[in-house]
Write a new protein. Structure first.
Length: 569
């Protein structure tokens, strides 16, 4: 049986295998190690003997977001030149996951095998997610990044204006609540001797630490701090990557799930009115984003968080211990509604002036970014409550998507349109579903992930490169082992069903797009990867074949969701 689990630390519990726990320090082989002076600190590079790569681990890119800097935009780090930084202290940001993740993982395993799953009879195995993610590397002072660079690139580095190597920056996923820069390692073909690409991976604040929002917070802090962390890290790359032999004008950003959704937010940041994005190319894999969080929802979440802390103001919360905030974050996230995370990107009137679909629809984004975007064939099962089994429960689910509207009449008409026109209760095989549960899975896939790819394809005038990952079961997260595949003994290797041809092709696409802005491959038999184009064509990666096909996201459902009707801030 193929094991499915897109959340790294949950995988550790379910499979008793630690993913991303190894500290990425490199060896310390004496005086041969080069030193890079960043100005505010000096960093010693650990040498990775295999392949001749140097690895900067745990390089500080921002000041510690603690004390008065909690729930605020990141700040420039203070100078610390008294000692050489070796990067030997591993760091991850405070983690949290919802309780439903456990049930969702078991349900998805049954679903992919065609086995029944009785949601009403399902009993939790007695594991609470509160405290499950305890890790000795956890710290609020977590705004660090890693840089992997081949020694010949590093040795050929010049000045800021010189021609350097292309750079690939990884933004991890995990529901904007979990994950770290070191979860998956480095994609195998990035560390091939002839692929002189610098690989950077970043941490950013998660959960309440990174996404507390609402009027109370914004009167004394900054919403979307986690996204501002990412922006700060990307600006760091633009400023300092030349010191490693990189070209600041050849930066590609890549991310999966919440990482891809983050890139979507970075492309539409400030509605395109604050200059170019700090990258020239973007690879968005299953870009995930909960489409709507009302101001009242945001404010209630903030008040609930303060109540768990037994304080009444943001200032008081800033004076508490890290341990208190970490526990409250875990407790609050555990109670998330099924398929949701309490915290994530929200419209804040500044960094995110509107919902990303509407920003793309209205031309309010950086249109000069080159786009490679992909989604998986069956994104929705993990996020779908298996108790949705009839029309009533499906209608209730749809109603939850429109919690506030201008009038009850508008609310009713939107729900009716979604339930009767976009996803009609017809189960005779003429639709993409044959049950209410499959109907809900399709809706979740659309609004959380797949329609985001359609918004990008059309906003960029059909001049994107799009792909569909369709290796069965092609669930959310199934492409990660392919992106980071390094061989049969890789920690990302999943099973004998793994398709090495697809892995080689996908990594070829990533490398060539990072280098030249156009995906191609040396794998035999793979046709030319053309633009999405007016006929909505994408590259389908499947076990049976790899080739161009029609994009299933080019449909009226995604066109309607992009309008964001009923979502008012």
């Amino acid at each position: 049986m193929r094991f499915f689990c897109p959340f790294s630390i949950l995988c550790w519990w379910l499979a008793t295998v630690v993913l991303g726990q190894q500290q990425n320090n490199g060896s310390t082989n004496g005086s041969t190690l080069p030193v890079i002076d960043l100005g505010y600190e000096i960093t010693l590079i650990g040498f990775e003997e295999t392949g001749g790569f140097y690895n900067f681990s745990n390089v500080r890119y921002a000041a510690s977001p603690t004390g008065n800097l909690r729930f605020r935009a990141p700040q420039t780090p203070s100078s610390n030149r008294s000692v050489v930084q070796t990067g030997n202290i591993g760091r991850i940001c405070p983690q949290s996951i919802p309780q439903w993740i456990i049930e969702g993982t078991f349900f998805t395993a049954n679903y992919t095998q065609g086995l029944p799953f009785n949601a009403s009879a399902w009993q939790s195995p007695g594991i609470s997610v509160v405290g499950l993610l305890n890790d000795p590397r956890t710290t609020e002072d977590c705004l660090f990044l890693d840089v992997v660079v081949h020694q010949k690139v590093l040795n050929s580095r010049g000045n800021r204006t010189g021609i350097g190597a292309p750079v690939l920056v990884w933004i991890h996923g995990g529901g904007y609540a979990e994950g770290s820069k070191s979860d998956y390692g480095t994609p195998g073909k990035i560390e091939a001797p002839n692929d002189e690409i610098i690989f950077v991976s970043i941490n950013y604040r998660l959960g309440a630490f990174g996404f507390l929002s609402g009027p109370t917070l914004q009167s004394n802090g900054d919403a979307n701090a986690g996204l501002l962390d990412q922006r700060f890290a990307l600006e760091w790359v633009k400023k300092y990557i030349y010191k490693f032999g990189g070209d600041p004008n050849k930066v590609t950003v890549i991310g999966e799930s919440a990482g891809g959704g983050s890139i979507l937010q970075q492309i539409t940041a400030y509605g395109g009115q604050n200059g170019r994005a700090p990258f020239s190319r973007a690879i968005l894999q299953s870009p995930a984003n909960y489409p709507y969080r009302s101001i009242s929802f945001q404010e209630q979440a903030a008040q609930d968080f303060l109540a768990l802390l037994n304080v009444s103001t943001i200032s008081q919360a800033r004076n508490l211990s890290s341990a208190a905030l970490i526990l409250a974050n875990e407790q609050q996230q555990a109670g998330s509604a099924y398929g949701e995370f309490v915290y994530g990107p929200v419209v804040d009137g500044s960094f995110i002036p509107d919902y990303p679909g509407r920003l793309l629809l209205n031309g309010r984004f950086d249109s000069q970014v080159d786009i490679l975007v992909g989604h998986n064939a069956d994104e929705g099962p993990l996020f779908t409550d298996p108790s949705i089994i009839d029309n009533a429960s499906f209608n209730t689910f749809v109603a939850s998507l429109f919690p506030t509207t201008n009038s009850s009449t508008t609310n009713s008409s939107l729900i009716e349109y979604v339930t009767n026109t976009l996803y009609p209760p017809i189960f005779n095989g003429s639709q993409q579903y044959t049950s209410n549960l499959e109907r809900a899975i399709l809706l979740n896939s659309d609004i959380l992930i797949t329609c985001n790819t359609f918004y990008l394809d059309t906003a960029f005038k059909n001049k994107t490169h799009a792909y569909l990952f369709a290796v069965p079961p092609a669930l959310h997260g199934d492409d990660l082992p392919y992106t980071f595949y390094t061989g049969p003994f890789s920690p990302n290797y999943t099973s004998s069903a793994f398709n090495e041809t697809v892995a080689a092709t996908l990594q070829d696409f990533i490398v060539s797009f990072t280098r030249e802005g156009k995906p191609n491959t040396t794998v035999a038999g793979v046709p030319n990867f053309t633009f999405w184009g007016p006929s909505a064509q994408l590259m389908e990666l499947s076990t049976a074949s790899i080739g161009m096909a029609s994009d299933p996201t080019a449909n009226n459902r995604c066109k309607w969701w992009e309008l964001g009707l009923g979502w008012h801030n």
